[in-house]
Design a protein around this ligand. Structure first.
Ligand code: B3K
Ligand code: ZN
Length: 870
């Protein structure tokens, strides 16, 4: 690590910056002028010098066009056209590719052969072909294939691949079906045309955890989860999740699997969660391996969801892919939506919806609020890897949910059937997607399309009136400007709502209002008394609803609303406004404390739901809400207020919390099912409060006795919060030091709850440990994420949090730009805070920007981050 720089407001003069790279524009799209009829690849594996032989059968589509092949960091060994070596006059070779001049190309079909050399062991960016623990693996999305061979590395070029792998590794895997193998080689053939980003290769000493699935039409599919020797016992849950996903996609969408084999490989060094390569999904081992003693309930739920997500891509992403990377939400939004539906069915639908909305607000609303705001379908980018964002994924999924709500379940299914029928084997666009819905439903979706093209979170304000038995709601929508977009015309907003009578009965069951104007009134006649509205049920649109309300009305909705989402939301708002007032010095809100008491005592409610209601909004959420309300959030004041409220809640309900804590103990062996997980969640939510009263005594007992990671880690987090964790942290480390995934949790937990003034110091101390293998993205994210998850610690007025982060982003960028750029989003909120903090954050951004040789990834991020709010 570099020496910490002094926290001066004006950065010192710096060396010349790396110039900003030119953006790619959606408007500049042109089709590729060649078709690839067949692709044959032959790999001769070697850590320092892997040879890749590529044979492309090509048909020209546009007379007179030259042929551009992308290629980066490749050593060109041979280049032949129809068997004849090309001369340097026939092509141009640059840092980014190979262009064959039109004059060198025949008019009709031809065969192009290349041979290149690459060095997987030196590939620290983990993109292309690289090595992890001695095993070869690939990551090609978005543009990694060009680091493997010269190729038109763009998603609209789809081709059939045949692959031959030669190497001494016992397991040699690629996409499609295995066709032949012998000692030291294996051949694979993928019958389905695919873009290069779905290519995958794995070679290593791996063990299979096998499974099997019979499709609805009777096709037998062999399933395997490939892991390092010794990890097989941790695969059972993921295998079950895969089988459930396959069955669900048949049932819910009529989609069957289409190969004889489906392989999943767990990899320790991976830039993201997982990747949907055709027939060969590659996973971060964190999202595959699970056992009761090493994985938490949250991990189990995520593993099931991610296995499903990658599997569902087989149809939404692979069989139908994206024309260009601007259309990324076409596959990601839809696939996230599908995995959310799946999890809702496998576990609890209300709980899943609430969790998804919390994630959306924490990540996507936050993104929309800052300098990185962009449309779900952006129209320009510098580095596409920077656009795998909450907006593309989570808001992309919300858009699908809104479409479904507007057209209804039956027409949604009809539109999806048409989508699969019409676009199978194609690279499609958002226009294609919307056209399918228009054709299937007869609706005009021109206005709806704004959800894809316009950035920003719409605000919805409401005015109410009640006169002569008619209640009316007048909604006004407006969307704040975002970078590059100042005008935001009105959107279609589906508002699901219901009405309750003052005695708690539902007088109007859920209906969906379709708002299309900037301001619109809806009347509800025939009511005997003024009703209490329940608005945005199920969170029917990703908007901020601003409706002034009283604590009493919120408590009423928390007690009586029939929609679980709005019910939870009422409780959340109650807690949020209580906290916001406390930041300004107010006392705890009596109405809120009383409502918590009623909720705790209500045993008719699902424990998971009660846990969600009991958990206070995080400090980051309060900062976001204060900024939204036009105030400057003070991290220390927020931290203090939250602590006081937790104590007040605990003090007011100690007895029932103790009873809940005891009652929610789950007897018998650990099972990761939703019901047991819900009980543990409630138990831990009670423990968080009780820890405020007993200084960690109960948490220590649980930590000592826990037989599962959920409770062990939950108790440890409480101990850290109480400042009483040193013994437990040492014991935890002692027990788990051999286990990478568990040790990641050890790094995170002690930072996430560390005292604000100590967080950055603690991070520095942890970063100095030999266990801090920073080149491993999981370990890097564990430490950095732990610090940034500590709101008051990261934003500490000393600037130590910002400085620590910037130091490490600079260091990581030189090694692995994708992971560094991803983590830089921690700075996206700097404009919320006071001028002194702003200056500190800006100075760090400027320091990063000035690093010579900064990656394109990080350069784009820092340029966008540094821009003042639109
Ligand atoms: N499609 C991949 C993400 C690729 C990210 C590239 N930077 C995983 C997924 O969304 O399923
Ligand atoms: Zn995806």
């Amino acid at each position: 690590m570099t020496d910490p720089a002094p926290a001066t407001l004006a950065p010192e003069p710096l060396p010349p910056e790396t110039p900003a790279a030119a953006p790619i524009l959606l408007a500049a799209y042109t089709p590729y002028p060649f078709r690839l009829d067949q692709v044959s690849l032959r790999f001769q594996l070697d850590p320092e010098a892997t040879r890749v032989h590529t044979r492309l059968a090509v048909t020209p589509l546009t007379p007179g066009a030259g042929m551009h092949l992308d290629g980066e960091a490749l050593k060109l060994i041979a280049l032949r056209l129809d068997g004849v070596a090309l001369s340097p006059a026939d092509y141009r070779l640059t840092e980014t590719g190979l262009t064959l001049h039109a004059a060198a190309l025949p008019e009709g079909p031809f065969v192009l052969e290349t041979e290149v050399e690459i060095a997987p062991a030196a590939n620290t960016a983990l993109e292309g072909l690289y090595m992890s623990n001695g095993m070869y693996c690939t990551q090609c999305e978005a543009e990694g294939f060009r680091k493997i061979t010269y190729y038109p590395d763009r998603p609209d070029v789809m081709a059939r691949f045949e692959v031959r792998i030669e190497g001494p590794q016992p397991v040699l895997l690629s996409n499609g079906n295995p066709t032949a193998s012998g000692a030291g080689w294996a051949e694979w053939s993928d019958p389905w045309p695919k873009p290069a980003y779905l290519f995958a290769l794995v070679a290593g000493d791996l063990r299979a955890y096998p499974g099997q699935f019979t499709t609805a039409s009777g096709r037998e599919v062999a399933l395997n989860i490939w892991v390092r020797p010794g990890d097989e016992p941790r695969c059972a849950f993921a295998m079950g999740a895969l089988q459930r996903s396959m069955a669900w996609d048949e049932r819910a969408y009529g989609r069957e699997y289409d190969l004889d084999i489906f392989n999943i490989v767990a990899v320790d060094d991976f830039n993201m969660g997982a990747m949907e390569n055709k027939g060969l999904n590659i996973f971060n081992s964190k999202w595959v391996l699970a056992s009761a003693d090493t994985a938490t309930d949250f991990d189990f739920e995520r593993i099931e969801g991610i296995i499903a997500h990658e599997y569902f891509h087989n149809w939404t992403g692979n069989r139908i892919t994206c024309r260009d990377w601007f259309q990324l939400c076409l596959k990601e939004g839809l696939t996230v939506y599908r995995d959310q539906q799946f999890t809702a069915e496998m576990r609890s639908a209300p709980v899943k919806r609430i969790e998804d909305v919390m994630t959306l607000r924490a990540r996507q609303f936050r993104e929309d609020q800052g300098p990185l705001a962009h449309a779900v379908r952006p129209d320009s980018y510098v580095e596409i890897n920077n656009f795998y964002t909450a907006t593309v994924y989570e808001k992309g999924a919300e858009i699908i949910g809104m479409l479904k709500l507007l057209v209804g379940d039956d027409l949604y299914r009809k539109a999806l059937d048409l989508y699969f029928e019409r676009h199978d084997g194609e690279a499609a666009t958002i226009e294609d997607w919307l056209k399918v819905f228009e054709d299937a439903t007869g609706r005009d979706l021109a206005q709806f399309k704004r959800w894809y093209t316009d950035a920003g979170t719409p605000r919805l304000t409401v005015e109410e009136a009640y006169e002569a038995g008619t209640y009316s709601l007048t909604f006004t929508q407006s969307t704040p400007p975002t970078p590059g977009q100042t005008e935001k015309p009105a959107r279609v907003i589906p508002i699901a709502m219901g009405l309750l009578s003052p005695n708690g009965d539902e007088v109007l069951p859920t209906q969906v209002l379709e708002m299309t104007e900037a301001q619109q009134r809806f009347d509800f006649p025939g009511l005997a008394s003024r009703p209490i509205p329940s608005l945005l049920r199920g969170f029917s649109a990703p908007v901020v609803l601003e409706r002034p309300s009283t604590a009493a009305e919120r408590a009423f909705l928390l007690a009586h609303d029939t929609d679980p989402f709005t019910r939870w939301e009422a409780g959340r708002q109650l807690a949020r406004s209580a906290l916001m007032a406390m930041v300004g010095g107010a006392d705890p809100e009596a109405e809120h404390l009383a409502a918590i008491g009623r909720l705790l005592a209500d045993e008719s409610l699902d424990p998971a739901f009660r846990a969600l209601c009991l958990r206070l909004p995080g400090e980051e959420e309060i900062a976001q809400a204060l900024f939204e309300a036009g105030q400057t959030p003070d991290p220390d004041a927020i931290h203090g207020a939250r602590g006081r409220l937790l104590r007040a809640m605990a003090g007011a309900h100690e007895e029932v919390l103790m009873a809940t804590y005891t009652a929610m103990a789950v007897p018998g062996d650990y099972l990761p099912d939703a019901a047991s997980a819900g009980k543990r969640a409630l138990r831990l939510a009670a423990l968080v409060l009780l820890t405020r009263l007993d200084a960690g005594a109960r948490a220590q007992k649980l930590f000592d006795a826990a037989d599962n990671m959920t409770e062990s880690l939950g108790a440890l987090a409480c101990l850290v919060e109480a400042g009483a964790a040193e013994t437990a942290l040492a014991a935890f480390k002692n027990r788990w030091q051999h286990d990478r995934l568990v040790m990641d949790k050890w790094f995170t937990v002690q930072l996430a709850s560390a005292a604000p003034y100590a967080a950055a110091k603690r991070a520095e101390a942890l970063a100095a440990l030999p266990e801090f293998d920073w080149k491993n993205p999981n370990r890097f994210r564990a430490l950095m994420g732990g610090l940034s998850g500590n709101h008051a610690g990261f934003h500490h007025r000393s600037g130590a949090g910002y400085r620590f982060y910037a130091d490490w982003l600079i260091k990581m960028d030189a090694h692995n730009p994708q992971t560094a750029a991803r983590m830089s989003t921690v700075f996206e909120t700097w404009q919320r805070y006071d001028p002194a903090r702003q200056a500190l954050a800006q100075a760090e951004l400027a320091r990063i920007r000035a690093v010579p040789g900064l990656s394109r990834d990080m350069g784009e991020m820092v340029d966008r981050l540094a821009k003042p709010r639109a």
